[in-house]
Design a protein around this ligand. Sequence first.
Ligand SMILES: NC(=O)c1ccc[n+]([C@@H]2O[C@H](COP(=O)([O-])OP(=O)(O)OC[C@H]3O[C@@H](n4cnc5c(N)ncnc54)[C@H](OP(=O)(O)O)[C@@H]3O)[C@@H](O)[C@H]2O)c1
Length: 347
Amino acid sequence: MKHLCLSIIGFGTVGQGLAELLVRNQSLLQQRYGLEVTLVSVANSRHGFIYCEEGLHIPTLLELVATGRPLQEQPHVQHWQNALAGLQATSADVLVEATRTNLQDAEPGMSHIRAALARGMHVVTANKGPVALAASELLQLAQQQQVQLRMEATVMAGTPVISTIHEGMAGAQVSEIRGILNGTSNYILSAMATGRDYAEALAEAQAQGYAEADPTADVEGYDALAKTLILAAMVFDYPLKPEQVVRQGITGISKERVQAAMQNGKRIKLIASLRRDMQSGNVEAYVEPVEIPLSDLLARIDGVTNAIKVQSNTLAEVTVIGPGAGRLQTGQGLLADLIATSTFKNF
Ligand SMILES: NC(=O)c1ccc[n+]([C@@H]2O[C@H](COP(=O)([O-])OP(=O)(O)OC[C@H]3O[C@@H](n4cnc5c(N)ncnc54)[C@H](OP(=O)(O)O)[C@@H]3O)[C@@H](O)[C@H]2O)c1
């Protein structure tokens, strides 16, 4: 049996989703993967970082956060107010980073990931910021330290995109990727296709819990941009800066434009696309609303579902469709990476 000590920094929707899956899947992990995971530390911004070498009791932690009580009410824990200080003073095999995505400077996730890699820990991240802005630097640091940096949950949550391309399609030369990578904007555009205007569709998405009170990151295309940057680095090995991606959101799309496209047998979708010029090797990337014909599968993806099409020299077109967000759906992406990490040679 392999024993893996885990630290989770960021214990909100996604961090708790992973913790719940670790409890639910405990016997499966032992029986199928010979893996025993001990959660030794957890941090959020309100209560700081708690650590227990023997392992934290996950149901108690979930109960504490559900009732708004401090994490340090868990018995027998050491406590640091600052997550980075706690991380540096304790030890674990793997860090799961699940703090909020920040596309300005990627903090606080960037510091957590750098510190964990520098300490020789594997890192699994749901946080898009650090890998969108600095994938090369972080992957290089991981390589120097002979540890893994994995990020499945950052693109389409637990729906396997990065591992499908990276591992499942290993050796294929990918020339183009097109996808619907933001569920909120797709929900709004789908609702507009049924006759609602933008404001009504946004209000509906907010009422359903699909859109935040401030929906800017989703509707202006920043969330899809972050995923596009991650795909550029991971699939094309061609890191792009945010300003190198042409980005346009959906806030300027009127009900009339959506209806006119429909009359022409088309749908408007917020499409993230990356294309490699096979001559120059350059990669161009876009996040923008595009009118696409119904013959294109992407036109028929409705609601919060995500989808991605990958063109390559050997497989022509591969399409992956699935959830792009959610507590357990994103927890699944982290869990798959955690299991993959446990098979790494130096474990
Ligand atoms: N939700 C999804 O469906 C989804 C899907 C794919 C990827 N993601 C990504 O996953 C990450 C987490 O998302 P989420 O929905 O779980 O967000 P969330 O519910 O807002 O949780 C974020 C967590 O990070 C904690 N945090 C913030 N700053 C911190 C710091 N300096 N030190 C320690 N903890 C800190 C917060 O503490 P408090 O609890 O005290 O506020 C909270 O527990 C984000 O980067 C997001 O983009 C989310």
